[in-house]
Design a protein around this ligand. Structure first.
Ligand code: HXC
Length: 510
């Protein structure tokens, strides 16, 4: 028996060594942790149960018959975060560059299916060079198997991808289907084709970072949802995110005891909105002062900064927050902001997370860049997302709610459940100046007359009372009582029941 145990331990030790000491040292020298070190940091201490440690690839060509490393470049299994089950796979760059063989793919598919059966989140840690070049079509088939499982799991279990090294070729599309992608600054990059292929096909010379680093995907393309400075920070932030989320669409997000009184007043909010309605203010101040213990997990903080999305808790329960940000482009809705928020709203709706919306929006962004880029379709995504969402929806208009953007931002008309406004709210087709220039074009030569008209328009529409008199706003509330009113609103909506008409699925304007 002793001999059998020794043999088992020997085999395990061999597998744990992955591509060997030299490659592990090279990994560390790049500032990256190994696949197993990452799992240890991600999961609760000692909670990891590994599957398939002895799986090997089945390839023979190109000398592969002599190169078999147990585990085959990916570590898979399950463990806990804060005591709650999660499934995980972590690509091992030290083994054939983390590349994907048929056997490697089957290991990932196994945890994907297990996560679905159990109803638990799936977290993928990426550090890989794409399809195993020596394997050919078996590798391509493996990718498709993974993509299929990702797609079937979408909206059923939360899926999170963390890019911690190269993520090239076939590796990019699994993360792209998942709910959130995070990247590590300077050591990770994602692209469909690398700089060499780009050079050959288009003649462009570009670095890995400029093609697909965190500075691109978390800022410009919006492909990824957040960047962190190193592996450790990325993994601890994923742990934090998981604590906001339900295990699956069959459950509610876990409640966490809050020591922050739900009726806490915040007098400083009474002066948050400047008297001059063109002056910006930081909407994040409102979010941080409203949520429990100022604990807010922001999604895509560096991308489309004109809209803020993220998770917080109200009286211990998770809520998704969407807020126009007057500090960036005056909080206007453009293509990027619409897409970012639409995806976030749909995530919340899929996973039973109530949505709180703070509105200060001057409208949709004008211009050829926007129109040529499909602003109509992108804006419609957000409209569609809010309209179809059946989770509790609480809205507060702090200042501007102009034009179509008023409708879009979780208005009563899109089944907003409780819609509040601060006394500083202005709900109108557009700002007074623009409105007067159009409807009193004949007075254009007379600035005094225009000014008077502008004042008249402002008096009539630049307030929340017209909308309130029509029942589109349920109440005009005082800023300092915002936390209490929203917490109570959410509490009253806990047992909300609403279903959409039966359909196979809608046809969101993609
Ligand atoms: C097999 C691979 C590999 C791959 C890397 N390796 N990528 N082995 N298949 N795809 C191996 C290397 O041979 C090397 O082995 C080790 O991993 C580390 O690779 P290096 O090149 O030394 O590392 P580095 O300089 O850091 O460069 C990393 C890299 C580069 C940028 C990812 O390795 C690279 O360009 N790889 C190929 C990427 C690629 O074109 N993949 C195929 C995409 S096509 P040793 O033994 O020396 O340690 C694709 C299609 C799928 O994925 C489509 C499905 C939809």
């Amino acid at each position: 028996m002793q001999k059998i145990l020794e043999e088992l331990e020997k085999r395990r030790a061999r597998a744990r060594l992955g591509g060997g000491e030299k490659r592990i040292a090279a990994q560390h020298a790049k500032g990256k942790l190994t696949a197993r070190e990452r799992i240890d940091l991600l999961l609760d201490e000692g909670s990891f149960e590994e599957f398939d440690i002895f799986v090997e690839h089945r390839a023979h060509d190109f000398g592969m018959a002599d190169q078999r490393i147990p585990g085959d470049g990916v570590v898979t299994g399950w463990g806990t975060i804060g005591g709650r089950t999660v499934f995980v796979f972590s690509k091992d760059f030290t083994v054939f560059g983390g590349s994907l063989s048929g056997a490697h793919a089957q290991k990932i598919v196994k945890v994907q299916r297990q996560a679905m059966k159990v109803g638990a989140p799936l977290i993928g840690l990426f550090d890989a060079g794409g399809a195993r070049i020596q394997e050919g079509v078996e590798s391509l088939a493996g990718y498709a198997d993974i993509f299929l499982e990702n797609t079937l799991a979408s909206g059923v279990i939360p899926q999170i991808s963390v890019i911690m090294g190269p993520c090239a070729g076939g590796d990019v599309y699994s993360p792209a289907i998942t709910d959130f992608i995070f990247m590590v600054r300077d050591t990770s990059y994602m692209y469909v084709t690398g700089p060499d292929v780009v050079k050959a096909v288009t003649g462009e010379t570009v670095t890995h970072e400029d093609l697909g680093g965190a500075s691109i995907h978390c800022v410009k393309s919006g492909v990824a949802d957040g960047a962190f400075d190193n592996d450790l920070e990325a993994l601890s932030q994923v742990r934090r995110l998981i604590e906001f989320l339900p295990a699956s669409n069959r459950e509610k997000a876990p409640a966490r005891k809050s020591f922050d009184e739900p009726d806490r007043e915040e007098p400083s909010l009474d002066t948050l909105v400047p008297l001059d309605n063109d002056r910006p203010y930081d909407i994040k101040e409102l979010i941080l002062k409203v949520v429990d213990e100022a604990d807010f997990f922001e999604i895509s903080a560096e991308y489309a900064k004109n809209i803020v999305c993220g998770f917080g808790r109200m009286d211990g329960e998770t809520a998704g927050f969407v807020a126009n940000q007057p500090m960036a482009l005056a909080g206007v809705l453009d293509m990027d902001a619409s897409r970012k928020a639409a995806r976030f709203v749909r995530f919340c709706d899929a996973f039973n997370i109530p949505i709180v919306t703070f509105v200060d929006v001057p409208g949709f962004m004008p211009g050829t860049r926007q129109e040529y880029g499909g602003l109509i379709k992108h804006g419609a995504k957000l409209l569609y997302a809010y309209a179809e969402a059946t989770v509790p929806k609480v809205t507060l208009i702090t200042r501007k709610a102009y034009g179509g953007a008023y409708d879009v931002m979780s208005s009563k008309h899109l089944r907003g459940d409780i819609n509040y406004a601060w006394p500083t709210a202005e709900i109108a087709v557009m700002g007074a100046k623009g409105a007067v220039e159009i409807i009193f074009r004949a007075d254009a030569a007379d600035p005094e007359k225009l000014k008077a008209r502008e004042a008249e328009y402002r008096d009539r529409f630049a307030n929340p009372f017209v909308a309130a008199s029509l029942g589109y706003i349920d109440d005009v509330i005082l800023p300092h009582e915002t936390r209490r009113r929203i917490a109570r609103a959410l509490k009253s909506l806990k047992s909300k029941e609403l279903t959409n008409p039966w359909k196979k699925h809608g046809n969101i304007p993609l």
